[in-house]
Design a protein around this ligand. Structure first.
Ligand code: PLP
Length: 353
């Protein structure tokens, strides 16, 4: 740290993403990326946009907004594009937290805490229930801006639309942010509620279900007044926050509905098969509606499993300490990959008995 860094950032401890190894060919199931390439159409769109890189992108992102809004059934004025959904989340912490606290589960996306700290916002963590579930009633008098990932990470557990609505309806004095990074893998989106609740902000990403993590594309979806708040922040930071290749790739990805649907159906299928195999080996798993499973073995500890998987060339994610100590979060790859990983896990758990 230099002696020039503003005091407010001196204690900031950044988010630690899952590692991106450059060395040997790991089976990489630690960052919830898609095993499938982006849509061919998206690749072509990005390539064509590359030929016009001497120009700035449209700072309104009119075509991108229209395409995304139409796809999810809202108005273009109800969406805002961003450099990954993390950027929308950061804007939400900046816009709505600080004077009042941020409120989120104790076990959830690790970045919420980092964003709160960066913005100097106090935060309150509400423990998940005994089965790692978000208990909606615990958020009914949140007295702060609520952040809920639905499905939650790293548990994969989903709240019903009715439960989400109950939290939004009980917090009319505060914004409720619903992070739908994994909603395409079996959940019911709450975006339809933005017409009824002026305190609801939904975030979406193209990083997971649309195989575009490297492109960095996300959206905020809300009533017009919330979108205007975020627009003010966006234009005060970087009105070109989405690069032209990504914007084009996003539009073309949306146009390729068939590919999108086949990719997520394949993940859902592989998740079902892998979960069944894990249970046969003595793992307990949450009922995940995301592109990962959250699993704990009955006798082999989390640290040992993690290390042995790594030694076998499989990278997964672990959250040491507390109730998640013995759990692994394993991203769902192709069925073929998951069968191979199940085989490795079977060997490890049998050897370790
Ligand atoms: C991956 C993830 C994000 C961030 O996605 P980007 O669009 O890549 O920034 C946000 N929230 C949750 C819960 C995630 O897992």
């Amino acid at each position: 740290m230099s002696r020039f860094l503003s005091e407010k950032y001196q204690k900031l401890s950044p988010y630690v993403p899952g590692e991106q190894p450059r060395d040997r060919g790991y089976i990489k199931l630690n960052t919830n990326e898609s095993p499938f390439p982006p849509s061919e159409k998206a690749i072509r769109g990005a390539r064509e946009a590359a030929e016009r890189l001497m120009l700035y992108p449209d700072p309104e992102y009119k075509l991108l907004r229209e395409a995304f809004a139409k796809d999810i059934g809202v108005k273009p004025s109800q969406v805002i594009p961003a450099n990954g959904s993390d950027e929308i989340l950061d804007m939400a912490f900046a816009a709505y937290c600080g004077d009042s606290p941020a409120v989120f589960p104790d076990i959830t996306y690790g970045f919420y805490r980092v964003f709160a700290n960066k913005r100097g916002a106090p935060f309150r963590e509400i423990p998940l229930g005994g089965g790692f579930e978000v208990v909606p009633a615990d958020y009914f008098a949140a007295e702060g801006t609520v952040f809920l990932a639905n499905p939650n990470a790293p548990t994969g557990k989903l709240l019903s639309l009715k439960d989400i609505e109950s939290v939004v309806a009980a917090n009319t004095q505060n914004v409720v942010v619903i992070d739908e990074a994994y909603i395409d893998f079996g959940g019911e989106s709450c975006v339809g509620l933005i017409n009824e609740y002026e305190n609801l902000l939904v975030t979406r990403t193209f990083s997971k279900s649309r195989s575009m993590a490297g492109a960095r594309l996300g959206f905020g979806i809300a009533c017009e007044s919330l979108i205007q708040d975020l627009e003010t922040l966006r234009r005060s930071t970087n009105p070109y926050n989405v690069n032209a290749m990504t914007a084009a790739a996003g539009i073309c990805s949306i146009a390729d509905r068939e590919y999108f649907d086949s990719c997520r159906a394949e993940i859902i299928r592989a998740r079902g098969e892998f979960t069944a195999e894990l249970k046969n080996m003595g793992f307990s798993c949450t009922d995940s509606k995301a592109n990962f499973v959250f699993a704990k073995h009955k006798s082999v500890g989390g640290g040992e499993l993690y290390e042995k998987l790594r030694a076998n060339g499989v990278l997964v994610r672990r959250f040491p300490g507390g109730r998640t100590e013995d759990h692994l979060r394993i991203t769902i790859g192709t069925s073929e990959t998951m069968r191979a990983v199940a085989g490795i896990l079977k060997r490890i758990t049998e050897e370790t008995k």
